[in-house]
Design a protein around this ligand. Structure first.
Ligand code: GCO
Length: 481
């Protein structure tokens, strides 16, 4: 690694999210959120677990900040539990105990020189919003999100200088409205146990309301708070790299479509005020339209692009040539491109976690792609990480000796530093994740932490990768200016 490739003030951190970490699901006046309700339904999480306790970050955040301090990180990415602040959305009161919790967390971080990097919502929302009007399927959701964002800016913005509106809305709507594996468990495509029949428009309507909710929050921040508070605001997208499986024009176009149906689907409207032309021509009237005022409000609607990057996939055209059903990119499937092997070889080493292939070069490729398309808007790697699956015979020792995770991070960070050296304006890197945690529909069966968590005793133990990351940061960090 070339230490000089990370600029001064570069953020080195770890990332987390409220539902996956906090627990305390009924503590101190918190309302129920969509994940509380969803995980309590049978069959939704593979090990039957839920986030009621998660890793109890709500009660152990001071201990967790000590772990961050020993890593030497200068930033911590976490999200706010919407239902902890607004148990009933905008239809009820502000829960002061919830505000207190985040105030305490923020103050404790700052005391150790760790900058809070705050996501307003990481997939969870008050159940009231789902029950009243179907959350993201209704434009009413924009009012609720704007109301919530305003309260957060007002309460925490004197100390929080980095705001993210949404985490991975592209995956949130894919799983929530297309495949039914996230709440509200709606399905517009045959997948798994999902009963189909809901409108194929739903993922696009939900996305549309999320994009407009983002714009509303940014508008509030810029008009009411930015001048006084001086922070910046962005959105986080899950951006995989899509590599054409061959050099044919058809496969190259298919890879570009895949990028449009995932990354650009959200970023194009927010930067340019319109959906990607590829989506418009394929989807026609399935894709909602922005009014003239909305277009104007959307443009330049972010200060940085947050990128969650883990994996790369080969893409093969299925629009013009026949492919295996359900794979490749045909029409809207561009959005959900599956992985192919090229001459029997996957793009990178497959690991326990079935969606993840180790392909470090994808980091530089996706950054270079986003840099070009969005005119070198500042970027922040908001998540990157490696997962292990707990097997019947797994021991704690196996988990602690996570040399593969350290190797993965070394490769991806090296690729990141190459992109920076070649001129990409990347301002931070957050490892997913500080601790093993609740991994959505996989419950506690998948571990992404730099620290092992015994899910019974909740004891935290540093893994090999924690020591590795600590050393990497110590060697790479240029003092803040
Ligand atoms: C996200 C991510 C994380 C996951 C991680 C490992 O939504 O930002 O999905 O929350 O836990 O990607 O699966």
């Amino acid at each position: 690694n070339n230490p000089s490739s990370f600029p001064p003030n570069f953020l080195f951190g770890t990332a987390s999210s409220a539902y996956q970490y906090e627990g305390g699901y009924l503590s101190d006046g918190k309302g129920l959120n969509n994940w509380d309700v969803y995980t309590h339904r049978p069959g939704k999480v593979i090990d039957g677990s839920n986030g009621d306790v998660a890793v109890d970050h709500y009660h152990r955040y001071l201990e967790d900040i000590d772990l961050m301090e020993s890593l030497g990180v200068n930033s911590y990415r976490f999200s706010i539990s919407w239902a902890r602040i607004l148990p009933k959305g905008r239809f009820g009161y502000v829960n002061v105990a919830g505000i207190d919790f985040y105030n305490n967390l923020i103050d404790a971080l700052l005391l150790k020189g760790i900058k809070p990097f705050v996501t307003l919502t990481h997939i969870d929302l008050p159940q009231e919003i789902e029950d009243r009007y179907g959350s993201w399927l209704s434009p009413e959701s924009q009012l609720d999100f704007a109301y919530f964002a305003d309260i957060c800016f007002k309460s925490f913005g004197d100390r929080v200088k980095y705001w993210v509106t949404f985490n991975e809305p592209n995956f949130q709507v894919k799983f929530g409205y297309r495949e039914g594996t996230f709440p509200p468990s709606r399905c517009s495509f045959p997948f798994g146990n999902c009963t189909c029949g809901d409108s194929e428009k739903e993922p696009f309507i939900a996305a549309h309301n999320i994009v407009l909710s983002h714009a509303a929050a940014v508008h509030i921040y810029r008009s009411k708070y930015e001048a006084k508070q001086g922070g910046s605001i962005g959105i986080v997208i899950n951006a995989a790299w899509f590599e054409p499986i061959s050099s044919s024009m058809a496969d190259k176009l298919a890879a570009e479509r895949a990028q449009c149906f995932t990354t650009n689907w959200f970023l194009d409207p927010i930067v340019f005020g319109r959906y990607p032309p590829e989506m418009q021509s394929i989807l026609g009237s399935i894709l909602p339209e922005f009014s003239k005022t909305e277009k104007e409000m959307l443009k330049k609607g972010l200060d940085f692009i947050g990128i969650n990057h883990y994996s790369s996939y080969y893409v093969q055209d299925c629009m013009f040539t026949a492919c295996e059903p359900g794979t490749g990119t045909s029409k809207t499937e561009g959005f959900w491109a599956q992985s192919y092997q090229k001459n029997g070889i996957p793009i990178g080493e497959p690991i326990d976690v079935d969606w993840l292939y180790v392909y470090p070069g994808g980091m530089e490729k996706i950054i270079t792609y986003v840099k070009k398309r969005f005119n070198n808007t500042p970027m922040i790697i908001t998540e990157n990480g490696y997962g292990e699956v707990t097997k019947a015979n797994s021991t704690i020792e196996d988990s602690l000796q996570d040399v593969n995770r350290a190797k993965y991070m070394a490769g991806y960070l090296d690729s990141l530093s190459t992109a920076i050296r070649k001129g990409a304006d990347v301002r931070g890197y957050f490892a997913w994740s500080l601790l093993d945690n609740f991994d959505w529909e996989y419950g506690f069966t998948r571990r992404f932490g730099l620290h092992h968590v015994d899910f019974k005793t909740l004891k935290r133990t540093p893994k090999f990768s924690a020591t590795w990351y600590k050393n990497f940061i110590a060697e790479s960090k240029i003092p803040d200016s």
